[in-house]
Write a new protein. Structure first.
Lengths: 237, 405
């Protein structure tokens, strides 16, 4: 298993009480799978994605990566986990506006390797792979939405992660571009054996997953998978 | 793409904000540089003025009257000439020149004049006003250093000083302008005093002091003529202004406990007080600039952090540690400090050069060492200002970039 979640709970405290965005969730995600997470707004899917990526600490519970428990409370530990093992693709592309396409990729490479020449070479390879070799010196504002998302995907792959997390990656794209980006994610999953976990509202996008999870009120509501096991989790009706 | 490159690109990306961020620190440093430039010129001016006044410390016998600084040595009791040696061997800092003197009133014809025995080198060196009048044909620069540790200004031509020693032979004399007028004397003429005939080497230009009524001859000749033996009535000392303020007089009293040591009190103290006040003003401004500059830079960096929350979130998301965020922001502060220091130095120096002649009637020159002080100060202020915003930026959650615009 790539990821194992045990009784993960994330509680947000509001003035009118506490809400469990993720509620006592246990789940195993195998290596090489393409998992899509759907659910209504507020169902906890983005919160779950953030916890999977080490971006957010759960209130309680454990998470293991390659059977090794991750210290979810240590900032530096989580930062290292993200830089080494996780790539992120966001709805808003999350590109640094004053860096060119190639620099946006190199800044991710620099976390692990300070050799600028090697990083430039690797960034160029990635830009070629996403078909943007002629846009290397373009700034995000000079790129179309689809091109920006492809740069974001190239950056997510920069450090050869085992896990690619995508949060509504097609949310800002028209249907044609959405299919293009989803195709790239599927290709990454199939050819590079990278595990992809994608949060989406789109039923069409959800169909790209070989495993489909539906959340409701922070709990697993539905699961459609040949591989994923529900571990100590009771489906709610 | 290293973090330094990222910082520089971000600075360039937000140029207009950079200019506004630089404004406060530039003006602050500029004010300090301007005040300091004035202050240094003022200290130098004090030193030059003190030198031009001649000796500013007078060593007299204990019983001497000091009602009038310039005539205190006339008919004063005497003390041994060896006291000069005591001062010289004590190696007191700030004693630039010594002039032992023996002064008595003598009658020439019907006129009372003041005969002063001097050791020419020291007497001449301590009376630059004479040299300006043509005796040495060269102006003597200030011998006082503006402050301890700084290199003192040098006499322009030491050889000419030595020439002055040789020129006053045993039977030679200089005469003051008033004496020349009253006795109708001219250069190369002769002057009989107490049975000895002196050759007039030089008629000194008018100084407006008691020196105009003096006849200067070789100290040892005067001692022999008056039968005093190796006695003198005063030692004039050209003391450095900064050393005087640092207690030179007290140290001299320790060396010569049975003498009276006085100075041109009012002049020295007023000018030293003025300089001290300038330094205090600089210090007050420095403290104000430290506070205001740090707060201003802190405010600028904090505004920058808020504007970059999403970007900081992106960096944290892709694996940058908190320390990397600190580095980016403090480096930005250092760069602003560097630019502000250089800009502040230029503004302050140009301001002082421009305003000096118009408002204070003084010519201000650039003080290049202040550039390094400005940069160091400015960078320190910027680091102080950027530390707290950088710390708070490190607390920005790595998922901050997920907030939609």
């Amino acid at each position: 298993m790539l990821l194992q979640l045990n009784n993960l709970t994330k509680t947000y405290h509001h003035h009118d009480g506490a809400i469990n965005a993720v509620d006592n969730l246990s789940l195993d995600i195998p290596k090489g799978s393409f998992v899509t997470i759907t659910g209504a707004s507020g169902s906890g899917k983005t919160t779950l994605l953030l916890i999977l990526g080490g971006l957010l600490r759960p209130t309680s519970g454990k998470m293991s990566y390659n059977s090794k428990e991750i210290n979810l409370q240590n900032d530096e530990n989580l930062a290292d986990f993200r830089s080494k093992h996780v790539g992120f693709v966001m709805q808003s592309f999350a590109l640094v506006p004053y860096l060119t396409a190639i620099e946006n990729i190199m800044i991710a490479l620099n976390v692990k390797n300070s050799n600028t020449t090697e990083n430039r070479k690797r960034a160029l390879e990635l830009l070629e792979w996403v078909g943007l070799e002629d846009r290397t010196t373009h700034y995000p504002k000079e790129l179309s939405a689809g091109q920006q998302q492809r740069v974001a995907i190239a950056r997510a792959l920069a450090n050869k992660p085992d896990l690619l997390l995508a949060d509504e990656p097609t949310g800002n794209l028209d249907p044609g571009l959405s299919e293009e980006i989803l195709g790239i994610l599927k290709e990454i999953n199939l050819k590079q054996k990278t595990t992809v976990v994608m949060v989406t509202h789109s039923p069409m996008a959800a169909e790209y997953g070989d495993t489909k999870i539906q959340l409701k009120n922070g709990k697993l509501h539905n699961l459609d998978s040949a591989e994923i096991k529900i571990n100590k989790q009771v489906l709610i009706n | 793409m290293r973090l330094t490159d990222l910082t520089l690109k971000e600075l360039w990306h937000r140029k207009s904000q950079l200019v506004s961020g630089l404004l406060a620190i530039t003006l602050g440093i500029g004010v300090i540089v301007g005040i300091r430039s004035f202050s240094v010129v003022s200290e130098k001016a004090v030193a030059v003025n003190l030198d031009n006044l001649g000796a500013n410390v007078l060593v007299l016998p204990q019983a001497a009257s000091v009602d009038n600084y310039y005539s205190a040595d006339i008919d004063a009791p005497t003390f041994p000439e060896s006291y000069v040696e005591r001062i010289v061997t004590s190696t007191l800092p700030g004693v630039d020149n010594l002039s032992p003197k023996l002064t008595r009133r003598v009658k020439i014809g019907n006129e009372n004049i003041v005969l002063t025995g001097i050791l020419p080198k020291s007497e001449i060196a301590s009376k630059p006003i004479w040299q300006q009048g043509g005796l040495m044909a060269k102006k003597v620069a200030a011998s006082c250093a503006p402050k301890p540790g700084a290199e003192p200004a040098k006499y322009l031509d030491a050889k000419l000083q030595r020439k002055g020693i040789d020129s006053l032979a045993e039977a030679d004399c200089f005469i003051g302008s008033a004496v020349a007028q009253r006795l109708n004397l001219k250069e190369a003429g002769t002057l009989p005093i107490e049975g000895k005939t002196f050759t007039i080497v030089k008629v000194l230009p008018e100084t407006g002091t008691v020196d105009d009524d003096r006849v200067f001859a070789n100290l040892h000749t005067v001692q022999a003529l008056l039968g005093t033996g190796e006695q003198i009535s005063a030692i004039e000392i050209m003391g450095c202004c900064s050393e005087i303020s640092d207690g030179l007089l007290g140290k001299l009293r320790n060396v010569l406990p049975d003498t009276r040591i006085t100075t041109i009190g009012q002049i020295v103290s007023t000018q030293i007080e003025t300089n001290k006040m300038m330094n205090k003003i600089s210090l007050v401004f420095l403290i104000i600039i430290l506070f205001v500059g740090s707060i201003s830079i802190g405010n600028y960096i904090w505004a920058n952090v808020n504007e970059r929350r999403k970007e900081i979130g992106i960096l944290r998301m892709i694996g940058y540690h908190k320390r990397h965020i600190y580095y980016i922001l403090v480096l930005k502060g250092i760069i602003i400090g560097l630019l502000g220091g250089v800009a502040g130095y230029i503004v302050g120096t140009l301001g002082a050069i421009w305003l000096g002649p118009q408002f204070a009637g003084i010519e201000v020159s650039p003080i290049y060492t202040l550039l390094f002080v400005s940069i160091g100060l400015s960078i320190s202020i910027s680091i102080l200002g950027s530390v707290i915003p950088a710390y708070l930026a490190g607390k920005i959650e790595p998922f901050s970039n997920m907030q939609e615009d």
